[in-house]
Design a protein around this ligand. Sequence first.
Ligand code: ADP
Ligand code: MG
Length: 245
Amino acid sequence: MTAPLERVTRLIAELRLLPVDLDTLYRRQNSLSPLESLEVFLTEEQRLRTERQNQLRRRKANLPIEKTLDTFDFGFQRSVSKEQMLRLSDMTWVEQAYNICFLGPPGVGKTHLALSLAVQGLDYGYAVAFETLESLMKHLKIAEISKSSQHRLKYLGKCSLIVIDEVGFLPLTAAEANMFFSFVSSMSERTSLIITSNKGFDEWVDFLGDTTITTAILDRLIHRCEIINMSGNSYRLEHHQPIIG
Ligand code: ADP
Ligand code: MG
C-alpha cells in the first residue's frame, strides 16, 4: 500500500495539475479540516498557474531586453519629461487602444522608453509583443509558408500592446508598404501600437515610397495617438564604454 503523499502526487501528475510541493505546503499546517486542506491546495495550484502564465507571456513578448524608467536619465534626455512617462505608465491608454509614437534620431532613448512601457504592460497582465519593423515584415511575408510566422501573427492578433521598433530604418517595397498598412489597419482601435522611428512623419514617404499609402498608414496610426518627439545627442555616443584592461 503506497503512502497518501505518494498517491496524491501521482494523481496530480495524472490530472496534469502543476506540481504543488505538498510536503512543504502541509508541513506547517497539520490541524486543517478537509475543506481547509483543499483550499490550501487549490490556492497554491492557482498561484503556480498564474506564475507560469506570467512567465509564458513574458517569453512570448520577445523583448530584446527589459528596461525600466528607473534607469532612464531624464536629465540627459530633456525632450520627454518623467511626469509624462509616469502618466503613461498607468497604461490606461491600452484599454482605449491608443498608440504611442516615439520619434527622433538614433540613441536618444526611443527603444528604452518603448521597452519600459512594454515591461509595465506585462506587469499589469497584458499580452504584449515586441517586433522590429523588419521582423514584422518577415512574418507577414512568409506567413503562407511558415508555421512559426503564422503562430506569431496569430499571437500578435491577440495582444493588447505591440511595440514596432525601428520603423524607417529600411525602405519598403510597394508590396511591403501595403502589407504594413493592412497590419496597422487591422490593429486600429483594438490593439495599442508603440512605434519608434528615426524619421519624422513628414519623412515617412521616403521609406514607404508612396504618398497615398503613407497618408493611409499615418491616418490610422495618429488618429488616437500620443506623439513624443525626442531630440538631443545619442546616449550611446556620449556614454561610450571602451573595454577596460
Ligand atoms: P534609440 O532607440 O533612440 O536609438 P535606445 O533606447 O536604444 O535609443 O538607447 C540606446 C542605449 O542608450 C540603450 O542602452 C538605452 O538604455 C540607453 N539610453 C538612451 N537614453 C538614455 C537615457 N536618457 N538614460 C539612460 N539610458 C539611456
Ligand atoms: Mg531604437
